[in-house]
Design a binder for this molecule. Structure first.
Ligand SMILES: [Fe+2]
Length: 135
């Protein structure tokens, strides 16, 4: 069963971001687990909904920090958040339309997005937060 593994290389060094990412990873894994077990649409919708609510609140927390420190990379960072939310919305619409969703395809997309976003994008934000206000 595909699962996103949490490793120390994903730690940004910022306590709230890392805690959010850990929780996010476990929620993504709960969704992948439900998908690969072939759970019914009602169960999947509930798990995905929780994941979407948490993801939005996590993005809001990061974006509030960007504003607080006047972060120069805000636009590009927010664009990645929007892209993820759009993809997940499309996935939700697919599921609601009764289309079959492949757990492996969802895993590949989310795993790739998460690893790239944390390692390339959130790391830079965490570094800027350590330095305080810049830009
Ligand atoms: Fe982010």
């Amino acid at each position: 069963m595909p699962e996103i593994s949490w490793t120390d290389e994903l730690l940004t060094g910022n306590a709230f971001i890392d805690e959010d990412h850990r929780k996010l990873t476990s929620m993504v894994n709960a969704f992948l687990d439900a998908l690969s077990k072939g759970q019914g649409n009602d169960v999947l919708a509930k798990v995905l909904n929780n994941l979407m609510i948490y993801t939005r609140s996590h993005f809001d927390r990061e974006e509030a920090e960007m504003q607080r420190i006047n972060y120069p990379g805000t636009l590009a960072h927010k664009a990645e958040h929007t892209r993820l939310l759009n993809e997940v919305h499309a996935l939700k619409a697919k599921m609601e339309a009764g289309e079959k969703v492949s757990a492996t395809a969802v895993f590949t997309f989310l795993n790739t997005w998460l690893r790239h976003h944390i390692l390339e994008v959130d790391m830079k934000l965490a570094a800027a937060m350590r330095q305080g206000a810049i830009g």
